[in-house]
Design a binder for this molecule. Structure first.
Ligand code: ADP
Length: 173
């Protein structure tokens, strides 16, 4: 199975993927986390944050996910994955793809600001430190139309979110 996460920066994708990996390993369920940030420093180094590049990024991560999933290793694609078009494409290209929405409201994201990006993206126009292309602030995010699972991380604890995903994987693999 391939799991494609989608969700804004700071929503909890990395935290949930890591927690899930740990629990699945304890249950002897093979899993691989394909971390978008990590691949952006390596085989996706040439890609930026335009719509075309974000879509190409997901295509590459999905290809890697597929190679794991073909060997019965549950592969979690951990990236913002903001566009419905490419999520759909991945679902139709590979069998057994589940889209999971890691959902968190903007107020909580700005409060968390785990990477300091929201503060910078919300700076006034023309400010030297202003971050552009932050998904959900000044770059688009399309909520998934029909996700297989939604984890509302502003309403549940890390443990609750992880347990829900572990249960989902156990049921669907
Ligand atoms: P992302 O990978 O989506 O950018 P991170 O996992 O790096 O997000 O950060 C999410 C932050 O939110 C962490 O500090 C985490 O502890 C916190 N958090 C609070 N509740 C949850 C939850 N239910 N699931 C995941 N993270 C949560």
């Amino acid at each position: 199975m391939i799991i494609q996460f989608c969700g804004l920066s700071g929503a909890g994708k990395t935290t949930i993927a890591r927690g899930t990996k740990k629990k699945l390993k304890e249950l002897n369920i093979p899993v691989e986390v394909i971390d978008g940030d990590e691949y952006r420093t390596f085989i996706c180094k040439d890609l930026g944050f335009s719509r075309a590049d974000r879509m190409e990024n997901i295509r590459r991560l999905a290809f890697i996910a597929h190679t794991f999933s073909a060997h019965d290793i549950t592969a979690i694609i951990c990236a913002i994955n903001p566009y419905e078009e490419v999520r759909k494409e991945i679902r139709s290209q590979y069998g057994d793809v589940k889209t999971i929405f890691i959902n968190c409201g903007m107020d909580e994201l700005v409060k968390r600001d785990t990477k300091g990006l929201y503060k910078k993206a919300l700076l006034p126009e023309g400010h030297a430190d202003k971050v552009k292309n932050l998904t959900g602030v000044n770059d688009p995010f399309e909520a998934p139309a029909d996700p297989a699972l939604v984890l509302n991380t502003d309403k549940e604890s890390v443990d609750e979110s992880v347990n829900k995903l572990v249960a989902f994987i156990k049921k669907n693999r």
